[in-house]
Write a protein that binds this ligand. Structure first.
Ligand code: UD1
Length: 424
């Protein structure tokens, strides 16, 4: 990649990764076919499809973004360990498997290397619903002839636990309350699919979700919501390159935290019915960012905004409240000339006049996105290694950036992984 070009133009948002993954898992709850529209073509979706296929689901792309899913009458209880290790969201199949078949076995899940990510809240909730849970080293066995409703208070509003428990509760006997539930838009999207399938779920988007169990679910057709994290990444690209980018096909309310933060930093921000625009032909100001559960600022955009802060005027404080260790991008940003000091969960960023392109390594998905943004604004050429992490969550990132005027190229690296080159 060659940095220094102001990005400008329009880009269409893809469907949300974090919706598509639990929605694919939800299709396991019925033997009837489910049709999901606007599914992003990203590697996490392919991994999730491999997971559900291994369990007995047939998946077919009907069109570029239209996915047809049909689960068999019999489902295997255990997703392949290598896939679970590759992607933490695989744990989302436990709720549907328990609901449909009364058994599920899972190896401890993987995903981005951003600190310890236990599944104790999933386990506690499923136990409260009557599941017998046995841990055998890295393997956890869940069993329940039939789950029953329960009143569950989550210690923390975990997105994954809320979704898993919602899905498990759909086919349980009686009523389940999930209190201190996560309120992310992706939870509302899941509720919407489940209710189309005949479930009785209320309250998604608030901190209490109520599910009345039903005996069976049917097929449904659902359109995935836009990816607010992808949208935020393109808005941050506009901000860091002092460009002017409009993202279309979005739900502006879902992007409010990002828009408000970029406006506070001095960018010109506008919202239309289904589009958002960020214009920043000047240097932005430093700010304070606190990554929190929704509707707070999303942790999945914290690394990207840290990159923006690197070139803003003055000091920024970036506080990470969701994950224990999510500053893996910092070391690489510093190699590009950024002035950042990490103290516990806070990164103190002193804005610098410029960053310098170099070879940097993407340690995970969103940290990788942060490095691409820094490379877009840096002087000279950058090579982002480990860019295969970006394919997990961004559909055609190099192509979309190039369409906005970036000089960027993806090329294969050893081991089948690809590297992204940005030159200015
Ligand atoms: C989801 C998103 C991920 C995002 C995260 C927070 C998907 C597929 N992934 O991940 O992109 O970064 O929400 O917005 O939707 N925790 C526990 N015990 C548990 C579960 C979680 O302690 O049983 C902790 C985690 O370690 C973490 C925090 O809770 O510190 C948030 O995790 P959670 O909301 O569960 O994130 P995920 O669902 O894994």
């Amino acid at each position: 990649m060659v940095g220094g070009r102001r990005l400008s133009g329009q880009v269409v948002a893809a469907g949300a990764k974090n919706s598509a993954l639990p929605l694919i898992a939800a299709s396991l709850l019925t033997e009837e076919a489910c049709l999901l529209d606007r599914v992003p073509q990203i590697r996490d979706v392919s991994t999730m499809l491999r997971v559900v296929e291994a369990l007995g689901c047939t998946a077919r792309w009907e069109d570029e973004h239209v996915l047809w899913l049909k689960s068999g009458a019999y489902l295997a209880p255990q997703p392949p360990a290598d896939l679970v290790r590759e992607m933490r969201a695989s744990v989302q199949v436990v709720g549907p498997l328990l609901g449909r078949c009364g058994a599920a076995t899972i190896t401890t899940p993987g995903g981005c290397a951003i600190g310890p990510r236990p599944i104790n809240l999933h386990v506690q909730g499923l136990r409260a619903m009557g599941a017998k849970v046995e841990e055998d080293g890295a393997v956890i066995h869940f069993r329940a002839d039939r789950l029953h409703g329960a009143d569950i208070l989550l210690d923390y509003p975990s997105v994954g636990a809320t979704e898993n428990l919602m899905m498990a509760a759909c086919l349980a006997d009686g009523r389940t309350f999930i209190r201190n539930a996560a309120r992310e838009p992706e939870i509302v999207d899941l509720q919407s699919l489940l209710n189309q399938m005949g479930a009785r779920v209320r309250g998604a988007g608030t901190d209490v979700v109520r599910v009345d169990g039903v005996s069976r679910l049917r097929g449904a057709h659902h359109v995935v919501i836009p990816d607010r994290i992808e949208v935020g990444t393109y808005l941050a690209a506009a901000a860091i390159t002092r460009g002017d980018v409009t993202v279309t096909d979005v739900i502006p309310q879902h992007c409010e935290a990002t828009l408000a933060k970029l406006a506070e930093m001095g960018a010109e921000v506008s919202r239309a019915e289904s589009a958002v625009r960020v214009k920043a032909g000047w240097r932005l100001r430093g700010t304070t960012i606190r990554a929190l559960p929704y509707p707070g600022f999303p942790t999945d955009l914290q690394p990207q905004l840290t990159s923006v802060a690197c070139l803003a005027e003055g000091v920024s404080f970036v506080q990470e409240e969701v994950f224990a260790s999510r500053f893996k991008h910092v070391e690489e940003l510093v190699r590009m000339g950024a002035d950042i000091r990490v103290e516990g969960r806070v990164a103190i960023v002193q804005g610098v006049d410029y960053l310098t392109g170099t070879t940097i390594h993407a340690p995970d998905l969103r940290a990788g996105a942060a490095l691409v943004l820094a490379a877009l604004a840096a002087r000279g050429e950058s090579i982002v290694e480990g860019a295969h992490h970006l394919d997990r969550g961004y559909e055609n990132l190099p192509g979309k950036l190039a369409a906005l005027g970036a000089e960027v190229r993806a090329f294969p690296a050893a081991g089948g992984h690809h590297t992204t080159r940005v030159t200015a």
